[in-house]
Design a protein around this ligand. Structure first.
Ligand SMILES: [Zn+2]
Ligand SMILES: [Zn+2]
Length: 506
């Protein structure tokens, strides 16, 4: 516990910072008053510590800046890092109405008022009442953290209200077709370095049809996307809900809606917020479930999830783990008969040199609108590709019928099924067909990167079949995807599909 921290009901709360009304303090219209608090947070402090700020009447702006020390620590030991955010006079209740913004560890200062609020924070009046600055000491060095928070109130009449411009819910589609999108992107509204205009331009350059805005823990970007959407680019509002027990994407939030992040797996709060997203027609998608950074590994399970992000940014070993876990869940779904969980992939790009659309989720949707794209993702009618240069067509044909990605064939046990993958855009790539038994077929493409691979199976041999296309290994060989060794026996991912299901008919 840190010095000077009290608080009811287990909410760690510092001593309040009180400001007088302008008349009492003699501060003129437009005048400012600053107060500073310093303190020490020990290792073992709670996830969030609240600093109450008593805001009097007649205030039109609150400005906050903070610093903390960074004492040296041995390699591999967490050093100090502290997030920050703000709740207004409507309170700090979990999922309540008082949320006014979050900048995580991305900014040392922010300003909240009616018309020129710092990105990440929600513009609006600075009403009289008890506000709270929330400190999130997510890593504390063994020596503890010395912090200082400075709060400045400006007195005066409120400015003109901010008028949000939300993006249109539909773009000009091609009817029922495959649409490419990146559903995990950051801007300056959280810790990204790109402006919303730059993200939209990057999405167009990458050949994307849609993006989802997923800044960490805030909805503040929602109201600025309007001018950057267009007939050629659908922009869907969302959030990356960044908890201490993993991150999840809330895709397709109602514009302006915010989802709370202040809970761990043991707090039994996640389902409540997953339901909040579902009620809005949105999707719950655990992100980068094996990312090794502190607080980034997924601990909430998949019962409330609509899809899982198995591929996040350039292909790395934690993505292999995510694909393995997802594949095992496909097997479980075949056993229980429950819905299987679709896979998606997104860039999570924060700024150059991270590439928007690397990778991207390609969705078979009824049209290019929010509802249709979310439906396609929910139903798993998707594949993931490293860029718009990579295209797949994946089918299974048997018993006179043909099924595509996320569809099912119902067949007698021994009816032949031809599984067919058409690929373009992966020079010297290797196609892997993977069933509930593991990799059952492998074939390499030539230097053109295009080709068609056909493999015959039956419903008795394969409960599902999915495809991966891999780049060559570092030594230039395709590897052998059903063996083991000191190194991974296959190269980095270029594309992967959701499964086609082969059901047994008696
Ligand atoms: Zn994340
Ligand atoms: Zn992210």
């Amino acid at each position: 516990m840190a010095d000077g921290i009290a608080g009811a009901a287990g909410v760690p709360t510092l001593a309040p910072m009180a400001f007088a009304e302008a008349a009492e303090s003699g501060t003129p219209e437009g005048g400012e008053v600053t107060k500073v608090i310093t303190g020490h947070l020990a290792s073992g402090v709670a996830d969030f510590v609240y600093l109450p700020v008593e805001v009097p009447r007649g205030v039109n702006q609150i400005s906050v800046s903070y610093t903390y020390d960074e004492p040296p620590v041995p390699a591999g030991t967490p050093g100090n890092s502290c997030d920050i955010g703000l709740f207004d006079e409507r309170g700090t209740a979990l999922g309540g109405r008082g949320f006014r913004g979050w900048s995580g560890g991305a900014r040392a200062a922010f300003v909240v008022n009616s018309d020129s609020t710092t990105p990440g924070y929600l513009p609006g009046p600075v009403n009289h009442g008890t506000w709270h600055i929330v400190l999130g000491p997510y890593q504390v060095a063994p020596q503890g953290m010395e912090y200082s928070v400075s709060v400045t109130l400006r007195y005066g009449a409120p400015g003109a209200p901010f008028v949000p411009s939300y993006p249109a819910e539909r773009a000009k589609g091609r009817g029922r077709a495959w649409y490419r999108g990146d559903a995990h992107l950051h801007t300056v509204h959280s810790d990204g370095r790109r402006l919303p205009s730059e993200v939209a331009a990057g999405a167009r350059e990458a050949g994307l049809d849609f993006i989802v805005s997923t800044d960490h823990n805030t909805s503040s970007a929602h109201g600025v996307w309007g001018p950057y959407a267009g007939p050629d680019l659908l922009i869907v509002t969302g959030e990356e809900v960044t908890t201490r027990n993993g991150h999840w994407l809330a895709l397709g939030l109602e514009p302006g809606a915010w989802i709370d992040w202040r809970y761990r797996a043991r707090d039994d709060a996640f389902s409540r917020f997953a339901h909040q997203v579902h009620r809005q027609g949105g999707l719950v998608v655990p992100a980068h479930p094996y990312c090794p950074y502190v607080a980034c590994q997924w601990k909430f399970g998949y019962a409330d999830a609509d899809a899982v992000e198995v591929w996040n940014g350039p292909w790395t070993y934690d993505d292999e783990s995510a694909v393995d876990t997802w594949d095992a869940m496909l097997g479980t779904a075949m056993r229980t008969g429950n819905d299987w969980l679709p896979a998606v992939g997104n860039s999570d790009a924060h700024g150059a040199p991270q590439v928007i659309g690397l990778p991207q989720t390609v969705v078979y949707a009824e049209d290019l609108d929010r509802g249709a794209v979310l439906n396609g993702i929910r139903e798993g009618r998707t594949y993931v590709a490293e860029s718009a240069a990579v295209a797949l067509a994946f089918t299974a044909t048997g018993g006179g019928r043909r099924a595509g990605i996320a569809e099912a064939l119902r067949l007698r046990a021994d009816t032949p099924v031809d599984v067919r993958l058409e690929v373009s855009g992966v020079p010297d790539g290797t196609v892997r067909f993977i069933t509930d038994e593991g990799q059952t077929h492998q074939e390499s493409l030539d230097a053109s990167g295009s080709g068609t691979v056909v493999w015959r199976t039956t419903a008795s041999l394969a409960a599902y079949v999915r495809a991966e296309v891999r780049h060559p290994r570092a030594d230039g060989t395709p590897g052998r995807g059903n063996t083991t060794g000191r190194d991974l026996q296959w190269g980095p991912m270029a594309a992967l599909t959701n499964p086609i299901i082969l059901r047994l008919r008696d």
